[in-house]
Write a protein that binds this ligand. Structure first.
Ligand SMILES: [Zn+2]
Length: 302
């Protein structure tokens, strides 16, 4: 199913849930069931285009996804250069554009193997699953036409990592006949792309440290990436810059999420059965309300 058609179906079911204000029955129940089945199919796509994808690596200083003032950014770039004289912000910006282009290409080819070495696990897992679904459904063609232009917007020289955040201006170059079908609000948007590399390089693209740098115990981490002995973060080691987090400000995806949230409030029992990647799009307090038994395994963001 095409992305725009699916989007209209989702919009329709969200609207029907909101207008009745009660549990569906009869014909409406059948329509809702159909929409639910369709949304389950769309789950991987929604996850790969979710507003929040990935997270800063464990042990990253706070605030790397927040705006940074230019003075602090200059100071951080000087600090990164002090420990790596080869650091070149221009080259890194070109690299960010190349990663964006390679991710777009994966949507078109259905093959994400080429970007594996530069994506953190959480982002790659969702992308790898989604490009296959998108290719089969035809949505991959639309998503492969995303073009991004990166501007360095923040830099941090941390204890464990060098971190660079890019503001990416995303546009989609649609063929004319598709542009006519595109919903209102489908246009250029901004995304924040966070690249990180460990100060202590690893051999693999991303690998765990062998021991906890805080207490010296052999590395054993909890779900949040903290040491099970001293509860300090255990950093990951990278062989170079890796994309660890994306925060997308795509108004179409945000609109879908708002409509899903509204529909989930109206139909809590049906939404309690939705796949994980779908529930992760809903506010954490709503998920706790409609699917309390699944909260523990969902790794929801606060
Ligand atoms: Zn420790």
């Amino acid at each position: 199913m095409g992305l725009f058609k699916a989007w209209k179906e989702v919009k329709a079911v969200a609207a029907s849930g909101a207008s009745t204000g009660q549990r569906p029955h009869g014909g409406q129940g059948v329509a809702l069931g159909f929409a639910m089945a369709m949304m389950k199919m769309m789950g991987p796509l929604l996850a790969a285009e979710a507003p929040e994808r990935g997270d800063p690596l464990p042990g990253t200083e706070a605030g790397v996804l927040e705006p940074q003032d230019p003075g602090a950014m200059q100071a951080a770039m000087a600090a990164i250069t002090a420990r790596d004289s080869a650091f070149d912000p221009q080259l890194l910006t070109t690299f960010a554009d190349q990663v964006f282009a390679a991710v777009s290409a994966a949507w078109g080819s259905g093959d994400s193997a080429a970007v594996r070495p530069v994506l953190a696990d959480a982002i790659w897992d969702d992308l790898a699953a989604a490009v296959v679904v998108a290719g089969a459904g035809g949505s991959g063609m639309i998503l492969s036409r995303q073009a991004g232009r990166s501007t360095l917007a923040g830099a941090w020289a941390g204890t464990w990592y060098d971190t660079a955040r890019f503001n990416v201006a995303v546009s989609v170059d649609l063929p004319a006949e598709m542009a006519a079908e595109a919903p209102p609000g489908f246009g250029p948007w901004n995304e924040d792309w966070l690249f990180q590399r460990s100060v202590t390089p690893g051999g693999a693209s991303v690998m765990p440290a062998e021991s906890c740098p805080s207490c010296g115990a052999p590395a054993s981490t909890d779900a949040a990436g903290a040491c099970t002995h001293c509860h300090q973060p255990i950093p990951l080691l990278t062989s170079g810059w890796v994309l660890t987090a994306i925060r997308s400000h795509n108004p179409m995806v945000e609109m879908v999420r708002d409509q899903m949230t509204s529909a989930a409030r109206q139909n809590p029992a049906e939404f309690a059965q939705m796949p994980d990647e779908f529930l992760r799009l809903l506010p954490a307090d709503l998920v706790a309300q409609i699917a309390p038994d699944r909260v523990a395994t969902l790794h929801l963001r606060p």
